[in-house]
Every structure is written in structure tokens, then in C-alpha cells.
Design a protein around this ligand. Structure first.
Ligand SMILES: Cc1ncc(C[n+]2csc(CCOP(=O)(O)OP(=O)(O)O)c2C)c(N)n1
Length: 363
């Protein structure tokens, strides 16, 4: 028998569930000030996430997909990117958006049904939220192809869920990225659930990272609740892509602590013990314990941070509630540079029927 190939998948972790270092931390995590600033971002994002849920529950926001539990993935990945790179995301990456510079007001507008929220002032090179599962994997490959053709030292970073890694577009994108050696990094958040479908019935593969092998690109698994590990793995992949080394697939293993969206009730299909166990591994407490352990953080720092986060979130919420509602024509004008002829009558009808509601989003 001739063996024509052998493969291994590395799993990376630096902090254990109690926040203790399992091995020497990488260079990228040696500066306590940097870790503290990333920790602050994670806490702020969680406060914002909670407010979004509260606004939805009180009828002041549309459906919302919480990012509770994946803060280390979003912050770890975006902290490894440069401003000129492009981020392509799914609906679950609000934390990543915030970290890239999208404002809370823009995010609130988007989830309030106002497309002006997708026209980010910063970052101009990032793509709007993709709701269609996995289709933006192909957009990421297209963007990365353009970056390569233009000889720009830029990278496209595409974030998806474990369920999306079952879709055809995902495999097509991986195949293209490998074949054309493109500067693109795919980050699969394995949060164990695709709405009510568990990871184990989503794929027979032992890891999702190994899906990279068939595409001829490196695949690596990382503890998605370990900020240090996610950041280091993302840095390696992004810098390799920037240097012309091609694409990578990262599987970040985590757990979706919230319902799928505000339209879901996960208690109908998910075991309470499983959720309780996942809370023991969650990313924010883990990093806080590490920072407390090296005396880079204190209880009073924590209290002050929570107060500041609450104020900042409240200020953004008020700006959102006070924001004038969009004119009816906006839903047409936002989407098309030039309106398809078939939609022109609909636009006229909408204009004739509706008048701009000056009462704002709360009304
Ligand atoms: C092409 C397409 N098919 C179906 C859906 C409906 N849908 C919305 S979310 C979802 C599950 C996605 O799970 P996963 O990729 O694991 O991401 P998660 O929501 O867990 O972050 C599905 C099937 C969709 N949005 N797009």
C-alpha cells in the first residue's frame, strides 16, 4: 500500500478555563496593557449585546442575533487585522464590528431596520452584514482576488458559523482560495449549534478545521474562548496571507450562550446542564482571571469599567431612539446604484403612500 498523504490538525490553547497560563504566552500577549484594552472591548461589547436584547424585548429593535460567548473570537481576530484589511461577517459578529470601528449607533440602526446603519463611516473597506448563510465566503474570495491582482498588502477575513461550513459556497470559496493562493482567512465559529441542529449531526468530520486539507490550505483549531490563542492564531494566518503565503482556515471552538436569535427559544432543544457547563468556559471571566492573577486588573478597575460601559451604551441608545426614521424611498435607494426598471413603480407607490416619520425609531 502507498500512502500519498498524511495530515494533522493542531489545536491551540494558552489559557485554561480558570485563566491560568498553560504555556509561555506568545509575544503578541506579553503586554499587559494590550490585553487590558482587549478585555475592556470585550466587556463593552457584552454590555452592548445585553442592551440590544433589552431593546428588542421592548419592541424598540427588530430581531437580533446575540454574540454572547464569542467575544474572544471577534476581538482576537479583529485585533490581528489592520485597518486597511476587509472584514466580511455574518449577523453574529456585532462584537467584531464594534472592534473594527463601526459605531453603536450604526449597529442599532441596522438592527432597527434602517439600512443607513450599513453605511459605516469607519471602516469603509468592511462589508455589510451577510444574512444569507455562507454566501459571503465567495465575496471574500472575490475581494481577496482583487487585492492580489492590485498587489495590495491587504487581507480579507471572512467569519462564519459551523452550520455555514456545510454549505456549498463555503467549499467553493475554500477551493478558490487554495487554488489561487489568495490573501483570505476563514474563521469558523464553532458554537456547537446551527439554530437547533447540533454540530455532531452537521458533519461527520472530526474537526471543521480539517476541511482546509482538501483545499490545500492550512487548517487549525483554536480554543475560541481563549483570547490569547485566537489572537495569536489569527495573527499568524493574517500575516502569512499578507506576505503572499495564501489562505488559512481557523476553527474557533466556542459555545453559543444565548438563543440563536430573539426569535428563538433554545431551551426547547438544548440541555440546561450543557449551557451551565459552557458558562464555566466563557471567555471574559477567563481573561479577567488571568489579568487579576498578574495584577494588571483589580476589582475597582472592574467596577469603574462597568459604569463607563453602561454610560456609553445608554448614550448610544438615546442617540438611536432620537434618530429620525428613514424616508420610505431609502429602502430602494440604499440597495441599488441604479434602480432596476421593475422596481421603479414600487418605489413610486411607496413614496405616494408613506411620509417620512419624524417620530424616530422608538415610535
Ligand atoms: C442560505 C440560507 N439558508 C438558510 C438560512 C436560515 N438560517 C439562518 S441562521 C441558520 C443557521 C446558521 O448556523 P451557523 O452557520 O452555525 O451560525 P450561527 O447562527 O450558529 O452563528 C440558518 C440555516 C439562511 N439565513 N440562509
Amino acid at each position: 500500500m502507498t500512502i500519498v498523504g498524511r495530515f494533522e490538525i493542531e489545536a491551540r490553547q494558552y489559557l485554561d478555563v480558570q485563566g491560568r497560563a498553560l504555556q509561555t504566552l506568545p509575544e503578541s500577549a506579553r503586554e499587559p496593557e494590550l490585553l487590558v484594552s482587549l478585555y475592556r472591548q470585550m466587556v463593552l461589547a457584552r454590555a452592548f449585546d445585553q442592551k440590544m436584547l433589552a431593546l428588542q424585548r421592548t419592541g424598540q429593535l427588530g430581531t437580533f442575533a446575540s454574540g454572547l460567548g464569542k467575544e474572544a473570537i471577534d476581538i482576537g481576530v479583529t485585533s490581528a487585522m489592520r485597518a486597511e484589511d476587509s472584514l466580511l461577517i455574518t449577523y453574529r459578529e456585532t462584537v467584531a464590528q464594534l472592534a473594527r470601528g463601526v459605531s453603536m449607533l450604526e449597529i442599532l440602526l441596522y438592527w432597527g431596520g434602517d439600512e443607513r446603519g450599513s453605511n459605516y463611516a469607519v471602516p469603509r473597506t468592511d462589508f455589510p452584514v451577510c444574512i444569507t448563510i455562507a454566501s459571503h465566503c465567495c465575496h471574500a474570495v472575490g475581494a481577496a482576488y482583487a487585492m492580489k491582482l492590485r498587489r495590495q498588502p491587504r487581507v480579507a477575513v471572512c467569519m462564519i458559523g459551523d452550520g455555514a461550513s456545510s454549505k456549498g459556497e463555503f467549499y467553493e470559496a475554500l477551493n478558490g482560495a487554495g487554488t489561487w493562493q489568495l490573501p483570505v482567512v476563514f474563521v469558523v465559529t464553532n458554537n456547537q449549534w446551527a439554530i437547533s441542529v447540533p454540530r455532531k449531526v452537521q458533519s461527520a468530520a472530526q474537526t471543521l478545521a480539517q476541511k482546509a486539507i482538501a483545499a490545500g490550505i492550512p487548517g487549525i483549531q483554536v480554543d475560541g474562548n481563549d483570547l490569547v490563542a485566537v489572537r495569536q492564531v489569527a495573527l499568524e494566518a493574517i500575516e502569512r496571507a499578507r506576505a503572499g503565503g495564501g489562505a488559512t482556515l481557523i476553527e474557533a471552538v466556542s459555545y453559543r450562550l444565548a438563543d440563536h436569535t430573539t426569535a428563538d427559544d433554545a431551551s426547547r432543544y438544548r440541555d440546561a446542564d450543557e449551557v451551565a457547563a459552557a458558562w464555566q468556559r466563557e471567555p471574559i471571566g477567563r481573561l479577567r482571571n488571568y489579568l487579576l492573577g498578574i495584577e494588571a486588573w483589580s476589582k475597582s478597575d472592574e467596577e469603574a469599567l462597568l459604569r463607563r460601559c453602561a454610560d456609553q451604551v445608554q448614550e448610544a441608545t438615546q442617540a438611536y431612539l432620537d434618530h429620525p426614521a428613514p424616508a420610505p424611498a431609502q429602502m430602494f435607494d440604499q440597495l441599488y446604484a441604479s434602480l432596476p426598471a421593475a422596481l421603479a413603480p414600487q418605489r413610486r407607490q411607496a413614496l405616494a403612500k408613506g411620509t417620512a416619520d419624524a417620530a424616530g425609531h422608538a415610535g
